[in-house]
Ligand binder design. Structure first.
Ligand code: 26Q
Length: 811
């Protein structure tokens, strides 16, 4: 841990500022002050970083590499200061220069290199690995443009590119000397040499992969691991100017652009797969560069390649990095000259895989023809893996052709990445108990029976350091005053708060802290949206990607229903509520974009109707991202987790809300079930279909949404409100939502769950009337949230999958 006093810090900052900008601090603007601070903090971190790397090289402990297409880090400054233990010193020192640390923090661009849950999970995992002294590093892509910025214009989502590197990035270090070459296209020459076949890749297009490293600082433990993100460049950066006269200059530029395109932009789709060649290039690009650099480093420090699996673990975050399997095989076979069987043993023992979704439309399948052309040698290896695997299947399942073809890696002209990931790894895990059960019993049933021991559950988690201690200082101070500080290093110690949750005084304190957070958010909403909201109203929040299965539509229909009621009974006694939404729709997902429009139109209508105005308000906050989540979640009273049961693999915002003392209204989906199990039925509000019911309908049919619409007057009315001009004079405006519910039979059972959702919401309304009881429930939720720290999750990965040594230094 860094020991720094204020005066030393002030001197160091002043020096840094002058060296960087060549002027006095008072003369500069906040951006310059932020840059100087970032740069100074980075200097402190670099010492720790170097020592950590030295230590790893000497100790030879097992290194874990977390391969992910996405790392959604958000801002780093605040977290780094907290983890170094110098937040307070820094704040006070800056104050002496009349600088508000908060203001500088807000100047940092979010590192938004991810879509949502999967990318943020990777970021929470990095934080937990570093904080638990696990030698675990990230490997991914340094996208020049992250997840798009969302603007709302006339109620509609408009996408703007996220130029997050515009002002530079103080945290990263370019490491050109650690570059790797990744080979695309060309052919494979097969030759026989002394009875052995050799494979030589020729006529390929080389792409230079240049790493940018970011330190991942552990919590007060002198550890800094590495997040290595790869950027694509042409092998030679020099232009051949003589080519200009030969008319080839433009071609050279085109070539440069096509290479750089690989790490240009993050694909903004989640839960939907499209076989784009650029996406495949991205996947192989970072996986190949990452794997080559791991082996190179391992070799350089004298590692015995035959023992690779004892010293290295590679985890793949969903199927996106599955090519790590054939890539490792390629290196072992072609570059290390190891036999197939031995290479296969090493590869499968090294690699483990997490599945994050059961939506069929999200499964990655690459067309063989495209794949073969782009990655000829990798294709040969996949073919051989498939051949050997199918031989095993044939001998086991004689004559069961249907089953074998379902299980094959190559079939129908496609490569099925999930099957390859299961076959080529030693561990396959789901991200919540229900999700893992569904994987075993339904989606991957055949593979589960073939490899029962590979399958296991690792329920997701979130880092309580960012999501509680840093983003909700009011609450974490209250917790420290009440139960001490042990929960910082042992988050399950939050359970000691349970008995205090019954104390009136503590309930009042909880209420006070929440109120301050709500006032801050109300302020923000006024500044951003121009909408005045009442901090005394219930803040009812649904923030996440916009998707049919997450059912923002259900929330909308129930607000529309409430609005009808209020207009008809102006004296209806309800607790005033503010409904807050945020989230991005994939740019090509028409229905999701239509849902955003609906939310904004409901907001316009409701917020401008004085007859209901003191009772309900609706707000859509644009451009949802990590830093915005950090403002919204601590101010939330009601957490909406209302996905169609079976569809949300886990959810992680549900855990963040719980930890910040919100009451959850939820279906029994994903990790909601485990939250319910932790807090008990009295401290969460559950509604909706069970997993069995949903699976029954999906397998046997029998659901008819029109029947519900005909039988239930309230449903009928709100569904018609979508197309009768209530929310927009253009009656076709919400046609896609209407058709989804009625013409296409409501794939996600919105209407089926409507009635029970309304009841659950009424229950919330009643609960809130007794604010002491309400805060008691919030307190119980906080007390039980410790198991959802990603520290627990990471310990389970480390012992159950990676076999990393756990050293609880400082714990
Ligand atoms: C795939 C192919 C082509 C383009 C994009 C993609 C792609 C990108 C991102 C597919 C999926 C994703 C992201 C998925 C995701 O975030 N899933 C969520 O993962 C969380 C962490 O496990 C879970 O909590 C959520 O339930 C799950 O929806």
């Amino acid at each position: 841990m860094l020991t720094l006093d204020k005066e030393t810090f002030k001197k160091a900052y002043e020096n840094k500022y002058k060296n960087l900008h060549g002027e006095e601090i008072e003369e500069g603007n906040n951006q310059q002050k932020y840059e100087a601070l970032g740069s100074l903090i980075r200097d402190y971190v670099i010492r720790i970083w170097m020592n950590t790397n030295k230590k790893y090289n000497i100790s030879g402990e097992k290194q874990v590499y977390y391969f992910s297409m996405e790392f959604l880090l958000g801002r780093l400054l605040g977290d780094v200061l907290m983890n170094l233990g110098i937040m307070q010193v820094c704040k006070e020192a800056l104050l002496d220069f009349n600088i508000d640390l908060r203001e500088l923090e807000e100047l940092e661009q979010d590192q938004g290199l991810g879509n949502g849950g999967l990318g943020r999970l990777a970021a929470c995992f990095l934080d937990s690995m570093a904080s638990l002294n696990i030698a675990g590093h990230g490997c991914g892509i340094r996208y020049k443009y992250g997840f798009f910025e969302q603007k709302i214009i006339n109620g509609k989502q408009v996408e703007v590119s996220d130029n997050w590197l515009r002002e530079g990035n103080v945290w990263e270090r370019r490491k050109p000397d650690k570059s790797e070459i990744v080979k695309f296209g060309g052919e494979v020459k097969v030759q026989e040499l002394n009875g052995n076949l050799t494979f030589t890749h020729v006529n390929f297009e080389p792409v230079l992969a240049v790493p940018y490293d970011t330190p991942i600082v552990g919590y007060e433990n002198d550890v800094a691991n590495t997040l290595r993100l790869w950027s694509a460049e042409t092998v030679s950066n020099e232009f051949d100017y003589s080519s200009f006269s030969r008319g080839e200059f433009l071609k050279a530029i085109e070539y440069k652009n096509s290479v750089e395109a690989i790490s240009q932009v993050l694909y903004p789709e989640d839960s939907f797969y499209e076989g784009k060649i650029l996406r495949l290039k991205q996947q192989y690009f970072f996986v190949s560069a990452g794997m080559q650099s791991i082996i190179r480093h391992f070799r350089k420090h004298g590692g015995n390649i035959l023992l690779l699996d004892e010293k290295i673990a590679v985890h793949i975050n969903d199927t996106h990095p599955t090519l790590a399997i054939p890539e490792l095989m390629r290196i072992l076979l072609d570059e290390e000259g190891i036999s197939w069987d031995e290479a296969w043993r090493i590869t499968t023992n090294t690699i483990s895989y997490t599945n994050h979704t059961i939506l069929a439309e999200a499964l990655e399948k690459w067309p063989i023809e495209m794949f073969k052309q782009l990655l000829p040698r990798i294709y040969m290896i996949v073919e051989e893996i498939n051949k050997r695997y199918c031989e095993e299947l044939w001998s086991k399942y004689i004559d069961q052709w249907d089953k074998i073809s379902r299980m094959a890696i190559l079939a129908d002209g496609q490569i099925r990445m999930a099957n390859l990931a299961v076959v080529g790894s030693h561990s396959v895990n789901g991200v919540a108990k229900l999700h893992t059960d569904i994987l075993k019993k339904e989606e991957m049933r055949d593979l589960y029976y073939l490899y029962p021991n590979k399958f296991n559950n690792k329920t997701n988690g979130i880092t309580h350091r960012r999501w509680l201690i840093k983003s909700n200082t009011g609450l974490s101070n209250l917790l420290m005053e009440t139960i001490g500080e042990s929960f910082i290093k042992h988050p399950t110690d939050l359970i000691y708060f349970e008995k205090h949750a019954h104390e009136k005084g503590v309930q009042e304190e909880l209420n006070r802290v929440k109120k301050i957070n709500k006032e801050k958010l109300a302020d923000r909403i006024y500044k951003k949206n121009g909408i005045v909201i009442d901090p005394a109203s219930i803040f009812d929040v649904q923030v996440k990607r916009i998707h049919a299965y997450k059912r923002q539509t259900l929330n909308c229909l129930r607000i529309m229903d409430l609005y009808n009621h209020l207009r008809e009974n102006p004296n209806l006694e309800i607790e005033p509520r503010t409904f807050i939404f945020a989230g991005k729709a994939a740019p090509g997902y028409y229905l999701a974009k239509n849902i955003i429009e609906l939310i904004n139109c409901i907001a316009d209508t409701v917020n401008n109707d004085p007859s209901v105005n003191d009772k309900i308000k609706v707000v859509f906050m644009n451009n949802y991202k990590v830093s915005l989540a950090e403002e919204i979640i601590p101010a939330t009273d009601v957490s909406e987790q209302i996905s169609t049961t079976t569809k949300e693999a886990s959810g992680t915002s549900n855990m963040k809300f719980m930890m910040n003392g919100a009451v959850t209204i939820a279906t029994l989906d994903g990790a909601n079930i485990e939250i319910r199990d932790e807090v008990g039925n009295d401290n969460i509000v559950i509604f909706g279909m069970t997993a069995r019911e949903v699976l029954n309908y999906l397998q046997n049919g029998g659901y008819c949404s029109i029947d519900i619409c005909n039988e239930n007057k309230r449903v009928n009315r709100v569904v018609n409100d979508l197309i009768n001009g209530t929310y927009h004079k253009d009656r076709d405006r919400f046609k896609s939502i209407y058709e989804n519910l009625i013409t296409y039979n409501d794939e996600f059972f919105v209407l089926k769950d409507f009635e029970s959702y309304v009841k659950a919401q009424n229950k919330i309304d009643n609960m809130y009337k007794n604010i002491h009881k309400w805060q008691e429930i919030c307190g119980i939720n906080i007390a039980h949230s410790g198991v959802f720290s990603s520290d627990r999750t990471i310990q389970q990965y480390a012992t159950g999958i990676w076999g990393s040594e756990l050293i609880y230094k400082n714990l």
